[in-house]
Design a protein around this ligand. Structure first.
Ligand code: RP5
Length: 164
């Protein structure tokens, strides 16, 4: 199966990125995790992206906060699908990263999830890989069903507590 590449702009993004790692692991999807910054280590970020397709990656997730150029820089160096996670920062609550990640000019797409939306980034990556992987597609369908059942069980609990 193709791997998911996860890059983050700083080790301080790890608490957010961990949610994507855990989601990929729960779906048995292979991944690699790296700290590559668009600003502090642009050569490494660029090299990783240029070589990603040849190294067996199928999707790249890029997480960054503040002036979040990482997803755009990664996307500029590969035609693999790139999913951007705008990470929340202290001053502007992640709105800075959201706008920097989502507002890509035509030609270099970045599929942007919600601020700190690492779980959905992993699920979107899984859905992309599942297009050519039947077994993964089945695992995603099973997960969706289990999630629905969990919500219905919660509904039952609340209904029986409050509706007399
Ligand atoms: C961004 O700047 C990183 O992605 C991080 O979210 C933010 C702050 O980085 P640190 O100063 O904590 O390393 O490039």
């Amino acid at each position: 199966m193709k791997k998911v590449g996860i890059v983050m702009g700083s080790a301080s993004d790890m608490p957010v990125v961990k949610k994507a790692i855990d989601m990929l692991a729960s779906l048995d999807i292979p991944y690699e995790v790296h700290v590559y910054s668009a600003h502090r280590t642009p050569d490494e970020a660029s090299d990783f992206s240029l070589n990603a397709k040849g190294r067996g990656f199928g999707v790249i997730i890029a997480a960054a906060g503040m002036a979040a150029h990482l997803a755009g820089v990664v996307a500029s160096r590969t035609t693999l699908p790139v999913i951007g996670i705008p990470c929340k920062s202290t001053n502007l609550d992640g709105l800075d990263a959201l706008l920097a990640t989502v507002q890509m000019p035509t030609g270099i797409p970045v599929a942007t999830v919600a601020i700190d939306g690492a779980g959905n980034a992993a699920l979107l990556a899984a859905e992309i890989l599942a297009l050519s992987d039947e077994a993964l597609a089945k695992r995603l369908e099973d997960k969706r069903r289990a999630d629905t059942e969990a919500v219905l069980a919660k509904n039952k609990e609340i209904e029986s507590q409050y509706n007399v």
